[in-house]
Ligand binder design. Structure first.
Ligand code: NAD
Length: 331
């Protein structure tokens, strides 16, 4: 008698009274567990060159198949678009399948203002804003909805602290509030205005830094406070936006990267070297794409159970309590 084996697809011979031969083990080739964002639309705020986290996140989202729409700070828009057109970013636009990352549209945006009524005269008439319109958060959200309908992913990759180089003890009220406005409330505002046009199951991501919870001398001007607010808001917004629109809200605490914004702080190279020497993953440079890949994962259905979280992508530096390279320890 012959029996067909459903497992191997081959025939296993049996004899009367004898035990059936065991089907031979086979290796099954699976597709792998992929971050699949095909058919999803992402709005990424905070890209003005190819050095920062916003660019790396856009790239990872593109690799995963998402359509990427940008919101670029108005004063930086002209130079970004010109450089883009002239091919300055062509090398870093290359995706793994040989195609080029493209942006469906680049909107002018200033995340410090929610509506035109909030814009003071000196900004409204500033020549760096001339020729652009509808760049406040509510207006950009409305334009995105008109042009693209619903979106699935919202990325806040921006910060600004005009007095970042000043210790907190010397920071003015104006400088402190400006840091909070540009770096924390901007995220609240984006979720307020883009939330209604996000599909259920969608996800919002922002970028934070360890200075929110541990002392990082030199990260001043209220920026440490702004990051603490951003992380707290991530939890509250996860609850409120989760209940209201069924979306997830997370933040990535990134290790040091020599972006344009970081260079403005003045000691980023030292921070990168400190991390290289002291992080658990010693001598492993932190690549922006590692933050990008984490963002893509967090925005994908694979992370459907993660919300309200601060996820560290910093080679583990946040977990260290002692700098091995301090002279008192290493000497
Ligand atoms: N670079 C680091 O070491 C580091 C570490 C942890 C977290 N982060 C965070 O990552 C995020 C991205 O910064 P980055 O380091 O990639 O630098 P970046 O210079 O690439 O990005 C900052 C962006 O913010 C934009 N921006 C500033 N003010 C704005 C406004 N009012 N409206 C709209 N856009 C505005 C700038 O044009 C710029 O594109 C920030 O939240 C930053 O705090 C950076």
């Amino acid at each position: 008698m012959r029996q067909s084996s459903a497992v191997t697809g081959t025939r296993a011979r049996t004899t009367r009274g004898a035990r059936a031969a065991r089907p031979r083990a086979t290796t099954t080739t699976r597709a792998g567990l992929n971050v699949d964002l095909r058919g999803k639309k992402a709005f990424v705020a905070g890209v003005a060159d190819d050095n920062g986290f916003g660019w790396a996140i856009s790239k990872a989202l593109s690799e995963a198949g998402a359509e990427v729409i940008l919101g670029t700070w108005v004063p930086a828009l002209n130079i970004f678009e010109t450089s883009y057109r002239r091919g300055k970013f062509d090398e870093s636009r290359k995706l793994s399948d040989g195609s080029m990352m493209t942006f469906s549209k680049i909107y002018p945006m200033d995340a410090v203002f929610d509506a035109m009524d909030d814009v003071p005269e000196d900004i409204a008439t500033n020549k760096r804003y001339a020729g652009n319109e509808k760049w406040t958060v509510s207006e950009v959200a409305k334009c995105v909805e008109e042009d693209f309908g619903k979106i699935d992913v919202l990325v806040h990759s921006l910060a600004n602290g005009p007095e970042v180089a000043k210790p907190l003890l010397e920071t003015s009220r104006k400088g402190y509030l400006a840091a909070i406005s540009a770096s924390s409330y901007s995220n609240v505002s984006m979720i307020q205005h883009f939330g209604p046009l996000m599909n259920k199951g969608g996800a919002a991501i922002s970028l934070t830094y360890l200075a929110s919870e541990q002392i990082i001398p030199g990260y001043g001007g209220g920026m440490s406070s702004a990051k603490a607010a951003l992380e707290s808001d991530t939890r509250v917004l996860a609850y409120e936006a989760g209940r209201k629109w069924g979306i997830r809200v997370n933040t990535i605490s990134a290790g040091p990267l020599g972006s344009r914004a970081a260079k403005a702080i003045g000691f980023i190279d030292k921070m990168i070297n400190y991390s290289l020497s002291n992080a658990p993953l010693k001598e492993k440079p932190l690549e922006a794409i590692e933050i990008g890949n984490t963002a893509a994962f967090l925005c994908s259905p694979l992370a459907s159970g993660i919300t309200g979280a601060t996820i560290y992508v910093d080679n583990g530096l946040n977990a260290m309590g002692l700098a091995e390279t301090a002279p008192e320890i290493s000497g």
